[in-house]
Design a protein around this ligand. Sequence first.
Ligand code: ZN
Length: 108
Amino acid sequence: METTKFCQACGEGLIATAAVCPKCGTMTGVANRPATSGTNTLSTLAIVFSIVSVLFLPILFGPIALILGIIAAVRKEPRGTLALILSIVCPIMGFIFGFVFAAMMYGL
Ligand SMILES: [Zn+2]
């Protein structure tokens, strides 16, 4: 038998097209792979914009990061939840840093 991958649950060798492990019955992930994207494209963009929003223009980059983070989370990207959390927290930090910076600049 040609075994090109292994069951994540029991380690049994599986043929590449097997959707279910014949030994333990665990789904191998082949069947649902086309439906769910395993990529982090939107999550990565959301995280990048989140980090940018801490340093520059949180009022501009914050909403962009948040929208990307929400879409990433809705699409259940692997890093979607992390991206969503960062896209909420980072712009808030950006605003705080902005206020602190302005306070120092103008001696408030
Ligand atoms: Zn198995």
